[in-house]
Ligand binder design. Structure first.
Ligand code: UDP
Length: 233
């Protein structure tokens, strides 16, 4: 019935952690977003947590707050996915636009981080894995007794990949070259951010199954689809 929805799956984000010192990041790590986007995610997490705490017999609130790490990739058909416009902020949409010949080259924001190849490390997770995480979260909210009525869960692979590793895998999967230049660090970027995904495994029986190679291959399929259908879109 309208107005009787008390179970919510919320798309939160790893950016609530800000520049966390402790890796991998688990849900108990301190939060401290460094931009307004991260703050909005945290505010909604607090609201939902309060709503659940104030539940009563008629209004039994339940919330799963899923902290996404770095979602990339698309449906493997290439039909469902991003079509970034303008100058993207995030890495994969930027690579996509360069691969499509719409931007000349990628700017890599820093190669002097304390990481094996000097470029930033993130926990990239395939959007189809994320989608499955949502289905499991909703199923759990609707059908199982919850350990907590408001639950925060990291959705990531638990593995870090550098900008350079992602770029090389993309080039390999697409059999193409992405021109790039090394630039200064982007303000607010941390060297590395990857998660401890054990709560997702224990609460949702969810583990990301798709690799960086899968993510790049599907993104290439997306580009091929967009190139083929550009006149119809
Ligand atoms: N990055 C980059 N060039 C870009 C966009 C991002 O080198 O045009 C780097 C960025 O410094 C970070 C990684 O790619 O190390 C992921 O950045 P993104 O913005 O996609 O995710 P976030 O930093 O928000 O986790």
């Amino acid at each position: 019935k309208i107005g009787k929805c008390f179970k919510i799956v919320f798309s939160s984000s790893a950016c609530v952690y800000g520049a966390s010192e402790i890796m991998p990041v688990s849900e108990q790590n301190a939060v401290g977003p460094i931009n307004p986007y991260g703050t909005t995610k945290l505010v909604v997490e607090h609201l939902l947590t309060d709503m659940c705490a104030c539940s009563n017999a008629e209004e039994k609130w339940g919330a799963m707050m899923l902290r996404y790490f770095n979602p990339i990739g698309c449906h493997d058909s290439g039909i469902l996915g991003e079509d970034p416009q303008g100058v993207p902020n995030n890495l994969m949409p930027y690579i996509q636009r360069v691969a499509m010949g719409e931007i000349d080259k990628l700017s890599i924001f820093g190669d002097n981080y304390n990481t094996p190849d000097g470029t930033g490390i993130r926990d990239y997770v395939h959007v189809m894995d994320l989608a499955q995480g949502h289905v499991l979260a909703l199923g759990k909210l609707l059908h199982s007794p919850l350990t907590d009525k408001a639950t925060i869960i990291n959705l990531g692979t638990g593995k870090g990949t550098s900008v350079m590793e992602l770029l090389k895998t993309f080039e390999h999967e697409g059999d193409l070259k992405i021109p790039y230049q090394i630039c200064g660090r982007r303000q607010g970027d941390c060297a590395e951010l990857y998660c401890n995904a054990s709560r997702a495994a224990s609460e949702l029986q969810w583990t990301a199954t798709r690799t960086i190679k899968d993510m790049c291959r599907d993104q290439i399929n997306r580009i091929r689809y967009l190139n083929k259908h550009s006149a119809d879109i």
